[in-house]
Design a protein around this ligand. Sequence first.
Ligand SMILES: [Zn+2]
Length: 80
Amino acid sequence: MPIPIRSCIACRKRENFSELLRVVRVGNQVLPDEGRRKFGRGAWLHQRCFDVAKERRSFQRAFRTDENLSTEPLEKYLNN
Ligand SMILES: [Zn+2]
């Protein structure tokens, strides 16, 4: 079975998906999707790339919106 490959939305590096965290957009929030089963458009990133992603507005790009997305839930999750 081929291993699914995804790109990190911040550094663009292609990676075995198990190395990346899946996040989803729910309303205007970006939520971690630990089980990788949540519905909706997903985006993938290295946990270490979160700050870069936030700075570069990679989440807006990934979810194709100009709206401000709250990354607070994701930030809390990563800081735990
Ligand atoms: Zn990355």
